[in-house]
Every structure is written in C-alpha cells, then in structure tokens.
Design a protein around this ligand. Structure first.
Ligand code: CU
Length: 351
C-alpha cells in the first residue's frame, strides 16, 4: 500500500502495553435502537466533539481537512483504492472503525461503545427507521427531494434495478442538519484498480451533507434472509460474495447499505463524511464477527482476495502478514492482528 502520511508520527497510537482481553470483560457494541435517549445523546455529542477538535494532518498541505473528523475522512480517501471490493475490505474497516470508537472515547470522553445500524430493521420502511427518523436522537433523516430528470439510474448486474431515491439534497431535520462535508465529491469512475487519487483530492469544498434514501437496495441485499445466508456461508469467498463481491458491477450488503442512504454515502472515497458511515460499518463488522464466531476453527483467520480494489488477477493475495496502513490515525497493522475481536488491542462483542 502506498505510504503517504505515514511519515507523520501517529500521535495517538497506543502508548502502553496491550492488556489481554478476557471475553467476559469484552464491551458490547449495541444496535442504535436499543440505546437509551441519554446514550444516544452522548454518542451524538461525541461525534460533534470530534468535529470541533483540530486535525493532525496539516491544513496547509490538506486544505480540505478542517478538523479531527476529517483526519478519518482523508485517511479513508487515501487508501480507498486498496480497501474496497477486495480482501482488505473487512480487516481494514474493522480497524478503522475501532480507531474512530477509540478517538470518541479518548479524545471526546465518550463512555459508550460504537453503535451499529441493523439494516434488517429498515428494509420494509421507507424512512429507514430508527436511525434515520429525523428526531433529536437520530442521525437526521433523508435529504430534501431534488429533481432527478437527467440523473442516470444506478443499476447493478446482480439485482433488479432499484427505484430512484426520494431525496438527494441537504439534510433538513435532526442533529446533523448543520453538518458539513469538506472533501470531494469524487466520481465512482475514479475507483479503478491501480488508479490514481482523484484530481484535487485535498481541496476544500464546504457544502451540506446529502442523502438520498433508496430502500430498494436494502430489500434486495440486506434482508434477514440475506443475513442468514451470509452467516451460513461455508467459506470466506462465499461470505464476501454476499457482503461485497469484488467483480465490477456486482453488489452485496455492504454496497446495499451505502446505496440505500445514498448521495454522500455513495461516494466510495468520501462516504466517511456522513457520520452514519460508522454505524453502517459497525453492522458490516458485526455480521463478519458473527460469521467468524460461528466456526472459529475454520473461519477466524479466513481471508480471500487481494489488496487492490476489484481484485485484479495480477494483484497479490492478502495474507495474515499483509500490513495495512492508517496514515496519521495509527501505525501500520498486520492483518493477522485484527482477525479476532477478542484478541490483542480489541476486546468487544456484538449483541
Ligand atoms: Cu470504505
């Protein structure tokens, strides 16, 4: 993987010795809907706190990086072409959302754990409740409806073509109504194996956060029966073919969640700018974790695919010894060290 900002010391890397995880002491990551009003408020406040902290990346070199939240956005942009639709999707994003959870806790005094968005609670509801009901304890709701007369429909090869979304514009209710995106937007056509970062990658382009609820994606890709098929997948290859197939034009539950929220969340490079990104990836990590724990002997260390987007045939396969980079967020991490959520730095479980 390309070394970019790795020369800057990860100032927030764990300083002390790693403590052993006792499974009985593992902290539970919970579904957003089961959190109390106070727990939800504390999480939302912590997210806003991160927004208010200075970035580690220097603003002179990265004009669009305005705050600590943007350190996460920029890191994801920088590694996008290595960590999607391939063998690094699961391990890289597991560690990335863990670092975000840790930043909320260490830098914003958040006492809880990272919540997740259970897709299956949204599949038959066009407002994608309860995470998106627009109340003061939600992630805000849809974007305002915009005219889509000239928009091209996104139509993957392996599911019926989804009906276009009902929003597309700026958020208009809930706690994130004044949230801003600073980087991008970037075109999906830039997501190419061995491609370059988009032009003007780090430019400052402040604008509102957009969403475009498109529930058809969820009813094709994220239903309870799709989740059970994933959980009973015999090997990691078949698991990934349902979660995130590497073949261009094919989609899985990971893409389903992104596309159902739409707009900014559909921007492969910069989707992290929507704070709900971390709840969606919490669910991706949860389903992977539950699958791994269903048969640890054969599944815990199972990997498939390469470290290049869409797994081109010439790319090297990911192994437990592959090193993953996290820019200013952390030192490089070995894939083998992120496989077990009850080992090493990690000590968490899902309800
Ligand atoms: Cu990603």
């Amino acid at each position: 993987m390309r070394s970019w900002i790795s020369l800057l010391l990860p100032v927030l890397a764990a300083a002390g010795a790693i403590q052993q995880c006792k499974p009985s002491q593992a902290r539970t990551r919970k579904e957003w809907g089961v959190l109390s009003t106070q727990e939800k408020t504390e999480y939302i406040d912590a997210v806003w706190c991160l927004r208010g902290l200075p970035s580690v990346l220097p603003n002179g070199e990265y004009p669009g990086v305005r705050d600590r939240m943007d350190d996460f956005v920029a890191t994801h942009i920088n590694y996008t072409l290595y960590i999607h639709s391939d063998g690094l999707l699961l391990p890289w994003h597991r560690h990335f959302i863990y670092l975000y959870e840790k930043a909320l806790q260490d830098e914003c005094n958040y006492k809880g754990t990272l919540p997740y968005w259970n897709w299956t609670l949204s599949t038959d509801n066009s407002t994608l409740n309860p995470v998106f009901d627009g109340s003061s304890t939600s992630f805000s709701g849809n974007g305002l409806p915009i005219d889509k007369t000239n928009a091209t429909a996104l139509c993957p090869k392996n599911i019926p073509c989804p009906t276009p979304g009902t929003g597309g514009g700026c958020l208009y209710n809930g706690p994130f109504i004044n949230w801003t995106s600073h980087l991008g937007p970037f075109s999906i056509s830039q997501v190419q194996p061995y491609g370059d970062l988009p032009p003007n990658t780090w430019a400052y382009n402040p604008r509102c956060l957009t969403r475009d609820f498109t529930p058809d994606w969820l009813s094709s890709l994220n239903t309870p029966s799709k989740i059970s098929s994933m959980l009973s997948a015999p090997d990691i290859k078949s698991f990934l073919s349902l979660m995130s197939p590497s073949t261009l034009g094919y989609v899985g539950a990971h893409e389903g969640g992104h596309a159902a929220i739409g707009a900014n969340m559909l921007d492969t490079f910069a989707s992290v700018q929507d704070p709900v990104f971390f709840l969606h990836h919490g669910m991706v990590d949860r389903v992977w974790t539950l699958w791994q724990q269903g048969d640890p002997e054969s599944r815990l260390l199972a990997l498939n695919g390469t470290g290049i987007v869409h797994d081109p045939p010439t790319a090297e396969l990911v192994t437990l010894d592959t090193m993953m980079e996290f820019g200013v967020l952390d030192c490089p991490v070995r894939v083998g060290d992120v496989m077990d959520v009850l080992e090493g730095e990690y000590c968490y479980k899902y309800d």
